[in-house]
Design a protein around this ligand. Structure first.
Ligand SMILES: [Fe+2]
Ligand SMILES: [Fe+2]
Length: 452
């Protein structure tokens, strides 16, 4: 995103329109106070700063950026070369103050588009100076990414680490630094096979991957086999639009996008990738089930007052991973219809009830999967009336996020089995006191809010 700060409103608006036409998001402000506010609130790639003799605020803004956001690139725009004379400044002085270039007004659009393109194409990559910084931190706060799969645009949006030993890391890149593939190769040559980022930055990373995927699709380039496979899995899951009929479009689109992002990010971890692939191939509905669970959980999360972005991410990860333990039980146990055989203690039923613990055990070795997600997985069949498994917990003893997945997963199974829309299914179960008593009323209420 580009911030344009100019006092000439006509020029600002025309430039903004042109940037928009070229798919470049931008914000236009007409004074340096508004610019400072924007810079402090949002992440901009570049600032186009108009400067002329009657507006000395421009210099102050330049100093403010150099002091507070030194990595932000500032391009100075002048009406004419006379402005430099009137400002009593040279081009070099402006560059010393933090500008990367000084251009004239009529060059602004061309220069800006070229500059932004070159940022993407890597033409401006300079070798990152690897100022390594040792950090002591908790392993649970980090997510790992295989160094071979690591993807980033030229400027990193998050700090990047290499793990030394338990709870010890080296910060190898700072947020907003130029990222160079060469530097990563340097670590790969040293035998580093994983890069780490803070758990809190994982969403940003996921969004980056999704943007990249979208760009590839938009340009209609031939997809690599890997990307094609990733997308195929998702599209298959969404093929049956009947499952989403009646749900509010906006929340649904947002939920789907987040689920796709998180699914793609999970698959970047080779161990999880294998498990997810095996799970997808297990039976025809398994992938649809986890995606529906994820999307329904995301809808519930959006309609609860106590959940936020991070909780939504835990819920989606938990949904996508909750039933992995099914891979470890027999075919006949997997096909148990819990609704119909609830009270029967058949051999298959006993085996079926082991799957949450098995899922939990399978995820235990992955340190980048958070404890919250592991608890969701372990408790996803606990029911508020105490009739669930494996522990038979009730009410407030159940991890709150597990209650959401419990409803979302069971509801997903209902609609797949019945091949009916969520609304039809909801209408038929809402009056079934036996069904309703198993779930947290707050979750059901939040799910209902997700309908048109
Ligand atoms: Fe399950
Ligand atoms: Fe499930």
């Amino acid at each position: 995103m580009v911030l344009v700060c100019v006092s000439d409103k006509e020029f600002g608006k025309a430039l903004g329109d042109e940037l928009e036409k070229n798919d470049r998001k931008n914000t236009i402000v007409y004074n340096s106070k508004d610019a400072e506010y924007e810079i402090s609130k949002k992440q901009y790639r570049a600032v186009l700063l108009g400067m002329h003799a009657s507006d000395h605020q421009g210099i102050d803004l330049l100093k403010y950026i150099k002091l507070n956001k030194p990595s932000l690139k500032v391009i100075i725009v002048l009406n004419s070369h006379q402005d430099l004379h009137d400002l009593d400044m040279t081009k070099e002085q402006l560059i010393n103050l933090g500008a990367i270039e000084v251009i004239l007004k009529d060059e602004a659009l061309g220069f800006l588009l070229q500059y932004l393109d070159s940022l993407l194409d890597g033409n401006l990559i300079k070798n990152a100076e690897m100022k390594e910084e040792k950090v002591v931190a908790n392993d649970l706060d980090f997510s790992s990414i295989s160094i071979d799969d690591f993807y980033s645009e030229n400027i990193l949006m998050f700090d990047l680490y290499v793990r030394l030993s338990k709870n010890k890391y080296i910060k190898v890149f700072n947020r907003f630094e130029y990222f160079s593939v060469e530097s990563i190769k340097h670590y790969a040559r040293k035998g580093v096979d994983k890069l780490y980022l803070k758990e809190k930055d994982r969403l940003i990373y996921i969004q980056n991957i999704n943007l990249q995927l979208k760009k590839v699709l938009k340009k209609n380039q031939a997809l690599s086999r890997k990307s094609a496979h990733m997308i195929k899995g998702l599209v298959d899951s969404y093929a049956e639009e009947i499952y989403f009929n009646g749900l509010k479009e906006e929340t649904l689109i947002e939920g789907k996008e987040l689920c796709e992002n998180i699914y793609l990010a999970l698959r970047r971890e080779s161990g999880i990738k294998v498990l997810l692939e095996n799970f997808e191939n297990m039976d025809v509905n398994s992938n649809t089930h986890i995606f529906l669970t994820a999307i329904f959980s995301s809808i519930i999360s959006k309609n609860l007052s106590w959940t936020g972005k991070i909780t939504e991410k835990y819920l989606i990860e938990g949904s996508l991973l909750h039933d992995l333990g099914m891979l470890k039980i027999s075919d006949s146990a997997r096909k148990v219809n819990i609704e119909e055989n609830e009270k029967k203690q058949s051999f298959e039923m006993i085996e079926y009830k082991k799957h949450p613990s098995l899922s939990f055990e399978m995820l235990r070795p992955f340190s980048f999967i958070s404890e919250q997600v592991k608890q969701i997985v372990y408790q996803h069949h606990e029911q508020v009336n105490g009739t669930g498994f494996p522990l038979g917990l009730s009410g407030i003893k159940i991890f709150p996020l597990a209650k959401i997945i419990c409803f979302a997963s069971d509801f997903s199974k209902c609609i797949i089995r019945r091949k009916s829309t969520p609304m039809q299914t909801l209408k038929s179960v809402i009056h079934d006191s036996n069904f309703i008593s198993k779930y947290d009323p707050e979750c059901i209420e939040a799910f209902i809010k997700g309908f048109n």
